[in-house]
Design a protein. Structure first.
Length: 94
């Protein structure tokens, strides 16, 4: 397998884990009234190829599911990221 592809996939997995655990932590803090993670950080982590982790965390922890911007843009970012990654994989494997 191409080294560039392995590195990109590793970064994508790490970013998804980061976004997932940021959403989880924010939900835990929301429940106990603690210090929250700013929404811009959650969006940034999702935008940096962590949207799958964000979408999964939204549904698993029922977090930010009533916010139209999260319900709209997290899945939209996920679709865009899948297209970008699919195109990159296609180009690198040719």
């Amino acid at each position: 397998m191409n080294l560039k592809l392995i590195i990109v996939l590793a970064v994508v997995v790490i970013m998804n884990l980061i976004c997932f655990f940021l959403m989880r932590y924010d939900k835990m803090q929301a429940r106990k009234g603690g210090k929250r993670i700013p929404e811009r950080i959650l969006f940034l982590s999702a935008g940096l190829f962590g949207a799958l982790g964000g979408v999964l965390a939204m549904h698993i922890y029922n977090h930010k599911t009533k916010h139209w911007d999260f319900k709209t843009f997290f899945p939209l970012m996920l679709v865009v990221q899948i297209v970008i990654l699919g195109f990159a994989v296609y180009k690198w494997l040719l």
